[in-house]
Ligand binder design. Structure first.
Ligand code: PRP
Ligand code: URA
Length: 212
């Protein structure tokens, strides 16, 4: 669906169904939060098709067998504050022991430029597959800067996950981080003059936390 090899747009009917409820301005905070979590869980399954497994010996009631498991402690989650917090539980449902780092970014409302105000990443993150999560990829500035900060910590395997993206955000990540696979549930039409995604879902942070 795009010409960029590192961008994966899901075309999953169940995700479409859930995103349509998410967009509805009459959907309340509780349902909004639950939907973000559910969509994230589905996306996590889909984005882990290339995960490296390790062999383990298992003894069934009948015999010993070699099976395959995701190595312990191999995944970390880094939400971009605030709205990315809403996706953490969705990844935790699949990887309950994943450690969590936090990157705080806000967009200057006039220039739309991202500004980093907080960064705390878990020890040993450089050896893990890191899911950077933020429901909205608008200009792509916040995600691009967050990924740069995580790469500076020596992380090699990064996956970016967003629920709704604008073409501008996708093009920015494809250009600045072509090595990072970007998983997006829905590609929207455009950004408006204020940097909001159209048709979008409004301000994800405000809808998740009830701040407006
Ligand atoms: C929103 C959203 C992303 C960013 C996307 O956060 O959660 O982080 O905007 O925009 P961009 O792609 O143009 O950078 P916001 O700055 O509103 O902060 P919040 O999560 O605290 O509400
Ligand atoms: N951030 C949001 O929360 N929504 C948008 O549409 C764009 C950026």
């Amino acid at each position: 669906m795009t010409n960029f090899p590192n961008i994966f747009i899901f075309d999953h009917p169940l995700i479409k169904h859930k995103v349509s409820i998410l967009r509805d301005k009459n959907t309340g905070m509780k349902e909004f939060r639950e939907l973000i979590e559910e969509i994230t869980t589905i996306m996590t399954y889909e984005s882990m098709r290339d995960v490296e497994l390790e062999p383990v010996e298992v003894e069934t009631p009948l015999e010993k067998t070699v099976q395959y498991r995701v190595p312990e402690e191999s995944v970390a989650i880094v939400p971009i504050l605030r709205a990315g917090l809403g996706m953490v539980n969705g990844v935790h449902r699949v990887f309950p022991t994943a450690r969590v780092g936090h990157i705080g970014m806000y967009r200057n409302e006039k220039t739309l430029q991202p500004c980093e105000y907080y960064c705390k990443l878990p020890e040993g993150i450089e050896d893990k597959t890191v899911f950077v999560v933020d429901p909205m990829l608008a200009t792509g500035g916040s995600a691009a800067d967050a990924i740069t900060a995580i790469k500076k910590r020596g992380v090699k395997k990064i996956k970016m996950m967003s629920i709704i993206a604008a073409p501008e955000g996708i093009a920015k990540l494809a250009k600045e981080h072509p090595d990072v696979p970007v998983y997006v549930s829905t590609l929207d039409r455009e950004l408006n003059a204020n940097g909001y995604i159209l048709p979008g879902l409004g301000d994800a942070g405000d809808r998740l936390f009830g701040t407006k």
